[in-house]
Design a protein around this ligand. Sequence first.
Ligand code: UDP
Ligand code: MG
Length: 318
Amino acid sequence: MPASQTSPPSPTTHLISVVLPCYNEEAVLARTHDRIARALHPVEGVRYEVIYVDDGSTDATWNLIRTFTRESPMVRAVRFSRNFGHQAACLGGLREARGDAVVVIDADLQDPPEIIPEMVARWRRGWHVVSARRTARHGETAFKNLSAFAFYRLLGRISDHPVAFDTGDFRLLDREVVDLLTGLADRELFLRGAVGWAGFPETTIEYQRDPRAAGESKYTLPKMLALSRSAFLTSGSVLPLRLPLWTGTASLAASLVTVLTRRGRAGALPLALFGLESLAVAALGEYLHAVLRQVQGRPAYVISERMRSTIPGAVLAS
Ligand code: UDP
Ligand code: MG
């Protein structure tokens, strides 16, 4: 057959993985599955796979997920041996995902799946990360609203990396970002923080967060505190470890002023001792931070793009 008569090559089809962490979501999961399936109709050049991660549910969640896998070829699922927590479930989903891009979304329909196609469209325009920012939260308790508001603003103040306000884990990540995140050695990965640390080009879609479609929140107070621990301490900021440096320095300075101005000299010694002790604690903090960084083994830098000259002969063959 002459070359001119061969059919044109079909445009590249991209696989998008949608990850749903689920913990005791029997009340809502059938509805979620239905809405996800309707929202993710394949469009030209895009296919979807849906990955359910059962984070050790003790209700009928896994049975429901099993029926989904039997009914739909686009569904895959993994089940954790026990409840490891939302962040671990997200990470497990990212590891299972085979897509060119991966979307993580809550299973309780608080995040509307209908905006996933828009996320995919932006990704196809070149964004590595497409985040979804909540402009309003409907049906939440006053405590949840206040704690969430304070969480992002406080973290933004002290974090060593950029923090996207009011942005949870509902986001699309390019394969390159997924590979980077799943390759990190952090035992307790704070996903949102790690995305900020990685620093890939990010765009944001704003949305209004709906109330939970059914069931109760699975983010109990201990789980919120555990998330804050990794957000503020082990993953996000070195500031708490540096606190004794400031108190120590201030105490030493105050003791010096006391001596020099000859006022209340009796208090100078305890002030100086407290200052020195604080500085010793601060030094321990620095060692601890160095050990933490070493253990986490994060790369010193992340390359997001490469270019080379297109001038013929400019690049030596390797
Ligand atoms: N989740 C999980 N493991 C947990 C707690 C929650 O996989 O230990 C899931 C949960 O099923 C939901 C998502 O994480 O899909 C967010 O949880 P939830 O809606 O209860 O939190 P909230 O929206 O109240 O902060
Ligand atoms: Mg929820």
